[in-house]
Write a protein that binds this ligand. Structure first.
Ligand code: AMP
Ligand code: ZN
Length: 136
C-alpha cells in the first residue's frame, strides 16, 4: 500500500528522484538530504508502513539484511571507521517522516558528530520491576 501524501512513498517508488544507492522489488536505499556524516543513507521499504509497530515480519527481516549488506559496502567504499544504525519511531523518539526508514550513518574518527543519549542510573530493584513489567 502507498500513501498519497507521503514523500518517502514517492521517493521509494521513483516518483521523486533521489540519489539511489540500491534498489530491488521491496526497498530503495537513498542518500539522506541532510546528512549527519558523509554517506548517511536511508533504507526505505516501497510499501508504506508508518513505523516499526506496523512493519510485517518479512519487511523487517529484509530491512535488517539489507542494512547488513549496505554497511559492508559502505565500509569498503567509504572507508568509514564505524557505523550507526538508527531507526526512530514516533515524534517523541525523533521521527519526522512517518514512513518507516532505517538510518545508516557511517562514522569517521573526529567527525565531530554526536549521536547518543545521556546515560542514567537505575537501582537493581527498579530494573527488576521493569523486567517483570515487560517479560512477565
Ligand atoms: P527521521 O527523523 O528518523 O524521521 O528521519 C528523517 C530523515 O529524512 C532526516 O534525516 C532527513 O534529513 C531525511 N529526509 C527528509 N526528506 C528527505 C528527502 N526528500 N530526501 C532525502 N532525505 C530526506
Ligand atoms: Zn509512505
Amino acid at each position: 500500500m502507498r500513501e498519497d501524501n507521503c514523500i518517502f512513498c514517492k521517493i521509494a517508488n521513483g516518483e521523486i528522484p533521489s540519489k539511489t544507492l540500491y534498489e530491488d522489488d521491496a526497498f530503495r536505499v537513498i542518500l539522506d538530504l541532510g546528512p549527519a556524516a558523509k554517506g548517511h543513507a536511508l533504507i526505505l521499504p516501497k510499501e508504506h508502513y508508518e513505523n516499526l509497530y506496523e512493519l510485517p515480519d518479512k519487511t523487517a527481516a529484509g530491512a535488517m539484511l539489507l542494512a547488513k549488506k549496505m554497511a559492508a559496502l559502505m565500509k569498503e567504499k567509504l572507508g568509514c571507521d564505524g557505523l550507526n544504525l538508527i531507526q526512530n519511531n514516533g515524534e517523541t523518539a525523533g521521527q519526522t517522516v512517518f514512513h518507516f526508514h532505517m538510518h545508516l550513518i557511517p562514522r569517521y574518527k573526529d567527525d565531530g558528530q554526536k549521536i547518543g543519549w545521556v546515560q542514567g542510573k537505575a537501582e537493581a530493584e527498579e530494573l527488576e520491576e521493569i523486567r517483570k513489567l515487560i517479560a512477565e
